[in-house]
Design a protein around this ligand. Sequence first.
Ligand SMILES: Nc1ncnc2c1ncn2[C@@H]1O[C@H](COP(=O)(O)OP(=O)(O)O)[C@@H](O)[C@H]1O
Ligand SMILES: O=P(O)(O)O[C@H]1O[C@H](CO)[C@@H](O[C@H]2O[C@H](CO)[C@@H](O)[C@H](O)[C@H]2O)[C@H](O)[C@H]1O
Length: 478
Amino acid sequence: MPEAVIRTVAPPPGLLASLDPLLRQWLPRQRWFAGKGRPVTGFTLVAATELLPPGARLGLYHLLVRAHQPDPPDVSGPSGSSARGGGAARPGDCYQLLIGVREALPPRLAPALIGHVGEGPLAGRTVYEALHDARPAELLLEALRTRARIGGLRFERDPGQEIRPGLVPRLMTVEQSNSSVVYGDTFVLKLLRRVVPGINPDLELPLALARQGCPRVPPPTAWLVADPDPADSGEPHVLGVLQPFLQGATDGWDLALRELAKGEDFTAEARALGRATAEVHTALARALPTVTLGHGRLRAMAAGMSERLAAAVRAVPALRPYATGLGSAYTALDDLAAEGRTWTAQRVHGDLHLGQCLRSPAGDWSLIDFEGEPARPLAERRMPQPAVRDVAAMLRSFDYAARSADPPRPEWAEHCRAAYCSGYAEAAGADPRTDPVMLRAYETDKAVYEVLYEARHRPQWLPVPLAAVRRLAGPDQT
Ligand SMILES: Nc1ncnc2c1ncn2[C@@H]1O[C@H](COP(=O)(O)OP(=O)(O)O)[C@@H](O)[C@H]1O
Ligand SMILES: O=P(O)(O)O[C@H]1O[C@H](CO)[C@@H](O[C@H]2O[C@H](CO)[C@@H](O)[C@H](O)[C@H]2O)[C@H](O)[C@H]1O
């Protein structure tokens, strides 16, 4: 594709107003829409770039739009941002959209339809989700390849990595929180959907790991950033990351379910995954600052966990009988801290589970998706934390897999959890099981998060974390 197709023209006035009624219907239906269950009451344009003028065949707009919604009843859990005091209205989440414009959609693009524009600058045109379309997807890759600057959009590439022109794009169809396009089975571009200003760990951590020569994470090849208006003091938004595509890789969740269905042992894989996690942690601790957590920080951490539990109990009453037992995990952490115990904290993955682990056909494990729990504020996601947090999250994932089997296989989870910790100990030199108080606190916090996540997103899965809650709360709950 020739470079000349990349054009920068200011979008026409009234563009967002003309799209508004269509986006109000379309946006809440998207898998990646974070504000589910609350109506969208309007939009503000954060940034707009015309990538192709709306000519006869194809127009293309890159938009950052803020979606206004009424506040959620409780904003401290998986689909809210964070608790905000004072009752101030939240500003609304900012989404990245790539909007195609055509006279009419060819049948192959029917699933991408957003709607037909009634009035304004695009009146009579059809607008659609342009990532489904080859030409716009090619244009993004070409811009990354050539390190283009288009309006406020900055396309960057690692000078040490080349991108071959002409790779054929296909939009991934997996369930995900963002949207990814695979190019010729060579690269995958993840376009972040809900974007926030500041350094995004999904770019920051893989870049840091690449600098360390850590082979467990695909190194970013290129990335896309929106710079703030020069008159504005805001920070850039990271909008997307291009990485090598691990061809033929299987994710740990699919693999675990497959082995469970066949009645096969998974402990060798669990052990290898433990080693891979420890290698990533060791490289992260070398690459980025670590800190020592003393009583004050640990007390705040335990208090945060207790607050999340209280919010989850309000939202999911089935948790109530277990609240005291679960809370004892946080009290135990606070007690240890009061006795003077300290922990080293470092940058971690932050949302590790079997679905974030990819095994190559040669049997090597890689970790992906370092965004952290997307609902948490960026500053919180970028804070150093005890590495055992990721371990606890993976232990939960083995439990999830075992409980998804029919019949559930709790002993399978126990074996995998033990093997994972042993593998971790082999590579890290310390066994996470020697830190049972922090491990239990994090596992409890994660199970509580999962109860809220499942209640909101996948109610049929709720029994899985609730079973863990019963176990973690201890035997004497009424
Ligand atoms: N480098 C890669 N190679 C192969 N597949 C990948 C790669 N990165 C991601 N994937 C696939 O894409 C899916 C979505 O990626 P992920 O980073 O988890 O996105 P999201 O944050 O939207 O959930 C993953 O589950 C995995 O199957
Ligand atoms: O993949 P994301 O980063 O969007 O993470 C969210 O969704 C996950 C589910 O897709 C959720 O993970 C939970 O379910 C998994 C099985 O589907 C299981 O392996 C995990 O252990 C469990 O936490 C994750 O919590 C959520 O943040």
